[in-house]
Design a protein around this ligand. Structure first.
Ligand code: MN
Length: 742
């Protein structure tokens, strides 16, 4: 290892070698000789190329590609080509090595994967100049989905390792990377079925955006470990004998806590403490039987469990018959376990478990298909999804930003299954409406849709669809699509088909307008030249002559000969139609309680969506017209802002000991009790740290009460104390901070 001669590296040398050996062991002995040689060459090549560079943590750079390769092999089960590509993934971007060098030495397959990885990494690792650059980069990454899936898989490994080592990067970059990860990488990993990677990404993102909550939840999970294990043992005991009698091979029964991030999300959504997240863990039963028996065996296990424990009505999820699009297949149910506690039980085969943990993408095409096996239902589900992705990506009219948003919402979300009257099934994004279904059948059908019958009932085109609906689309003779439809439909496919149609329609109408204008010119013997057309377009303030002609056809433009002559010849300096009133300037709060880096002076205001309080983790966001806005790092809008406009984030902190009160709004709900309102008012007014601005609580007919309290507090701790005091006023009361999601 001549390349590690430098003294600095001496200390790292044995560590590096042992990690390299671990990588080889992980790959196992199935690697053919020539590939094994290439892996060694790739490792040496990368080490030499990165020699002399260190990561932010101080480690020699080569540790990073080696770790990425380890994740690819160990956690995704990827093979030699992916490992070689992972080892080399940063050399073209960060060193003098060119893609041609890679191709000459490692062949065209590896070169094309590296090329894909280089294209997308230019993206994120540099500071972006504007929004579209960042979105453009997301787009490039998504495009690689249609090419070689290994590009995206290695990119996810790369991102995971960057998240694991995020501790040593500057605060601003930290928030940006964590937000991007939450916004697109984790959902993408989920979609590809890479559950382990998705979970770790989310947990790490929480650790950096909301360290307090992260610590609290992980501590509580650790504290409750013993009692959890005891409970699981108690749950399993009465089942063991019966399971044995069936002769089904049970591979494993285990109880696992849910991820820190998912517990956190539940606590936030339902405004409940850790102790009340009832499904903080799930019990998993894994059967080990050949593929032809696995489904029926899962159902047999289900019946044994539900004989013992009463199942929760409506909580059976059957992903055995119809796997999720990401390949997930299992039987989930919730039963009433010992001590009257609801417990989620997941039943699946060893094969399904493997797919659930490591992802279908990792297996798909590189394993099953090579060995000539028939595709499983999961393979087909995944392929259907990939085709939908390609469909969306082929739609070129969308701006990169729209595309990324659309991708995020329709292709990374959960899906439902909807049936045609003939029983054909289509999978649709969760939020789809009837009109989306029309477009899912055929563009022609979509464009002519006037309504639908859902489960035999007539519904309008914007009717939201539910899982299992039977939908019949009702059409007319002629297309009916209009611009409003774009807001009605939820799927990218339908949106793009509508846009395409409207664009064609507009072009056709513009041609009519152009002809009308030409006739007017002719009658007056004015030349119909490009110059004259531009003059008119400019006068009426249209972005293009096409838009201008369109409105001519629509009779929105006065075509009288006089007007036209006037515009073109008589008054060349005619004042143009007046602009709107100047943008109103909002008064900025003066600098004071917030510090930007070393800077105390920058004017800013607090974002209304999350009303940050002193003491809470915050960041500054440079808005287009409204100065710097301060958001909480846990603001519902934060991850979108940071991931799409990361370059506009400025690191921000609260100035210590600033004495100014802040607005906070609380919502209270509960079971009505005599005097509860005055009790609450009493608590607030006795609290020396808090000033009440208004209280508005009313009793409802159903015996509950609810309302809103506006208070002035000094910081988040004071608010927390107040919330806890109100909570202790009554057994059945819920208090939460009001957040406005934009
Ligand atoms: Mn990298």
């Amino acid at each position: 290892m001549a390349l590690l001669d430098g003294e600095v590296y001496e200390a790292y040398r044995s560590e590096l070698l042992s990690r390299y050996r671990l990588l080889l062991r992980t790959l196992g002995n199935k690697v053919p000789k020539d590939k094994a040689k290439q892996i060694r060459e790739a490792f040496d090549f990368a080490a030499r190329a990165h020699e002399g560079t260190v990561r932010k943590s101080g480690e020699p750079y080569i540790f990073h590609p080696l770790a990425v390769a380890q994740i690819a092999a160990g956690e995704l089960g990827l093979g030699a080509t992916s490992v070689i590509s992972a080892l080399l993934h940063d050399v073209v971007e960060d060193t003098d090595v060119t893609n041609e060098d890679i191709e000459r030495k490692f062949g065209s397959k590896v070169a094309s994967i590296i090329n894909g990885l280089t294209k997308i990494s230019v993206v994120f690792e540099t500071v972006d100049k504007d929004t579209s650059v960042q979105a453009e980069n997301f787009k490039k990454m998504l495009l690689t989905l249609g090419e070689d899936l290994r590009v995206i898989l290695i990119k996810l490994c790369d991102r995971l390792h960057n998240m694991r080592t995020l501790g040593s990067v500057p605060e601003k970059t930290k928030l940006k990377i964590a937000s991007e990860t939450l916004y697109i990488y984790a959902p993408l990993a989920h979609r590809l079925g890479l559950n382990v990677i998705k979970t770790e990404m989310e947990d790490l993102a929480l650790k950096y955006t909301d360290p307090g909550s992260y610590k609290e939840i992980s501590n509580k999970i650790a504290e409750s470990k013993i009692s959890r294990q005891k409970y699981i043992k108690e749950f399993i005991e009465p089942l063991t004998l019966e399971l044995k009698e069936t002769g089904i091979n049970i591979f494993e029964i285990k109880g696992r806590p849910k991820s820190i991030y998912s517990i956190h999300r539940k606590m936030a959504q339902q405004a409940i403490p850790f102790e009340e997240v009832y499904d903080a863990f799930a019990i998993r039963v894994i059967v080990d039987e050949p593929i032809y028996k696995e489904k029926s065996d899962c159902w047999r296990v289900y019946s044994i469990i539900t004989d013992q424990y009463r199942p929760h009505e409506g909580r059976l999820r059957d992903w055995l018959s119809r796997p999720k699009n990401n390949g997930y297949s299992a039987l989930h149910t919730t039963v009433l376990g010992p001590k009257g506690r609801w417990v989620e039980v997941q039943i699946r085969s060893k094969r399904m478990d493997d797919i659930a943990e490591r992802g279908l993408a990792a297996h798909w095409k590189y394993k099953a298909a090579q060995e000539g096996e028939d595709p499983t239902p999961q393979d087909i589900a995944f392929e259907t999804w990939l085709n939908a992705v390609k469909d969306t990506l082929e739609n070129n009219d969308l701006s990169a930003l729209d595309l990324v948003n659309e991708f995020k919402h329709t292709l990374l979300g959960e899906e439902i299954y909807v049936f045609t009257p003939k029983g054909d099934v289509k999978s649709m994004p969760m939020s789809s409406v009837a009109l989306d279904f029309g477009f899912a059948i055929h563009t022609e059908v979509g464009l002519k849709t006037i309504g639908a019958k859902v489960n035999n009932k007539l519904v309008p085109i914007n009717h939201p669809l539910k899982n299992g609906d039977i939908v019949e689309i009702i059409t007319t003779q002629k297309p009916r699509a209009s611009i409003q439809w774009i807001d009605i439909v939820k799927t990218g496919r339908a949106k793009s088909k509508i846009r395409e149609y409207l664009k064609d329609l507009r072009t056709a109408e513009a041609a009519v307008g152009r002809k009308m204008m030409e006739d007017v010119f002719h009658k007056q013997s004015i030349e119909f030249t490009e110059k004259h057309i531009q003059q008119l377009t400019k006068y009426y303030k249209y972005p293009s002559s096409n838009d201008f002609f369109h409105d001519v056809a629509d009779s929105k433009i006065n075509l009288s000969t006089d007007t036209i002559l006037e515009i073109l010849f008589k008054k060349p300096n005619l004042t143009e139609p007046s602009e709107e009133s100047p943008v109103k300037k909002e008064k900025k709060r003066n600098a004071g309680q917030i510090v930007f880096g070393e800077d105390y002076e920058t004017p800013y205001s607090l974002a209304r969506c999350c009303n940050p309080l002193p003491g809470e983790p915050i960041f500054g966001f440079i808005t287009v017209s409204d100065g710097v806005k301060i958001h909480r790092t846990t603001c519902p809008n934060a991850s979108r802002l940071m991931s799409q406009y990361g370059y506009r984030i400025i690191p921000t902190s609260w100035q210590k000991n600033y004495d100014k009160a802040f607005d906070a709004q609380l919502s209270v709900r509960g079971i009505d009790d005599v005097g509860i309102v005055s009790k609450i008012a009493d608590i607030i007014s006795k609290d020396l740290e808090v000033n009440m601005k208004s209280i508005n609580i009313r009793a409802n007919d159903d015996g509950t009460f609810g309302g809103r309290i506006d208070v002035l507090v000094n910081n988040s701790q004071d608010l927390e104390i107040l919330v806890n005091r109100i909570k202790s006023a009554h057994k059945f009361i819920e208090v939460s901070r009001i957040e406005n999601v934009e």
